[in-house]
Design a protein around this ligand. Sequence first.
Ligand code: TYD
Length: 216
Amino acid sequence: MKGLLITLEGIDGSGKSTAARHIASRLYDLMPEQRLVFTAEPTNSEAGKILRAQLSQPTEDSKVFSSAMVMEELFLFMADHADHLARLVDPSLKEGAIVISDRYADSTAAYQGVTLRGIVPDPVQWIRSIYSPWNLPPDRTLLFALDPSLALQRLRSRKEQEKFERPGFLREVDSNFQRLARQEPERFVLIDASVDAELAATQALQAILDLISKRC
Ligand code: TYD
């Protein structure tokens, strides 16, 4: 049977990584015979390691990035995504696995769609057009929707601040995600992430089980 690719997307602090852990433990119990692959981007590829080191640095709102730095970051995310597809996602889908990825190409469109503003016209569409000839499109994308100010309140309780965790930036990322969801309403499912993590995970699990039942 053909595999299924499900992606989890949302702004920093939307709770999707916590939900991913709940979903994993529930699905392993519910489908012990099914091959399940839980993964995330950025991965631990060479490009992913460079990105993770850079992402752990908080950045002042006032800091201006050069166009070249922003482009370097974009293509590192793309290289990491290509590596992810080649090494794990594509082979797993061919073996009939259900692959669930915490972030995927929509994160690049939404986040780098903000950093590339002023460098290329309509960066979200530009990034999508670079991906479209070779990307493996998800069967479903669960978008963890949460007001960016609530997401930031959640993030403030964590110790380390990451590069993109700034109010203005996250609001723009959020509006890019919403735009992507409006463009492909049949692929995106909105998850209300304002509720506690377990409840959000339950909604997400239901959406995944609905999709699996249609496949059978
Ligand atoms: P991570 O620690 O995985 O954050 P989270 O738990 O919120 O997913 O770091 C990922 C960060 O990288 C996050 O701020 C989103 C950003 N990102 C991009 O900017 N572009 C991308 O293509 C991806 C995959 C992530």
